[in-house]
Design a protein around this ligand. Structure first.
Ligand code: AP5
Ligand code: ZN
Length: 211
């Protein structure tokens, strides 16, 4: 099974993808996570991507498409989280899957409004060591701002600052939202109310993926 998780920044795609991938034995491919790792390690990709990410702009399609080609398992079984984000990326994904004799089963749209996004991103904290994602109010660590697994002090993502968040929302509206219609036309788009609490969203997600 191959799934795409689509939706605005902070909709909860990553939180749900990690858990569902583990439960269903799928590979979780988050372009955001891969890019952040590349930036941290100062790889050639990371050096090219950093300035775009800091501004909340999209990294150029050709870099992202090459990246996906590299990490895609030959037999499929993937949750794509944060990819595709443009029509060009969606077309490249279609072509790649076709070449491999695979197809896209479902695209889950994480539906939330802007206020929820701002709330979720302003309270998000991440572990700089293992990448675990928390929220100060909605999914707090056991000890004050310290990772449950690593005991390392949690940090805020650079692009979760308010002015960058506003730009990311704008970029989503202009460049990524057209994918809703693209996948609706293919008949594989499923809307999920992602404004509910984490556990409720997960149960609903499992239902729509299974049917
Ligand atoms: P990326 O990392 O993909 O960012 P994003 O799409 O903006 O998504 P987020 O990671 O911000 O949010 P999420 O939906 O995963 O939410 P989360 O689960 O963390 O991309 C970053 C940058 O990389 C882009 O700006 C771009 O520059 C570049 N990039 C990446 N992919 C690209 C591509 N394909 N093409 C071009 N450029 C690309 O949840 C958010 C918070 O809310 C957390 O604190 C969480 O604990 C909490 N939370 C989650 N669910 C709930 C809930 N139900 N109730 C309450 N709180 C919740
Ligand atoms: Zn950690």
């Amino acid at each position: 099974m191959n799934l795409v998780f689509l939706g605005p920044p902070g909709a909860g795609k990553g939180t749900q993808a990690k858990r569902l991938a583990q439960e269903l034995g799928l590979k979780h491919i988050s372009t955001g996570d891969i890019l952040r790792e590349a930036v941290k390690n100062e790889t050639p990709l990371g050096k090219k991507a950093k300035e775009y990410m800091d501004r909340g702009e999209l990294v150029p399609d050709e870099l992202i498409i090459a990246l996906i080609e590299e990490v895609m398992p030959p037999g499929g079984g993937v949750i794509f989280d944060g990819f595709p984000r443009t029509i060009a990326q969606a077309e490249a994904l279609d072509n790649m899957l076709k070449r491999k004799g695979l197809n896209l089963d479902k695209v889950i749209l994480f539906d939330v409004d802007d206020e929820v996004v701002v709330d979720r991103l302003s309270g998000r904290r991440v572990c700089p060591s293992c990448g675990a994602v928390y929220h100060l109010k909605f999914n707090p660590p056991k000890n004050d701002e310290v990772c449950d697994r690593c005991s390392v002090k949690l940090i805020q993502r650079e692009d979760d600052r308010e002015e960058v968040v506003r730009n990311r929302l704008e970029v989503y509206r202009k460049q990524t939202a057209p994918l809703i219609e693209y996948y609706e036309r293919k008949g594989i788009l499923i809307r999920l109310d992602a404004s509910k609490e984490i556990e409720e969203v997960y149960q609903e997600l499992k239902k729509v993926v299974a049917t």
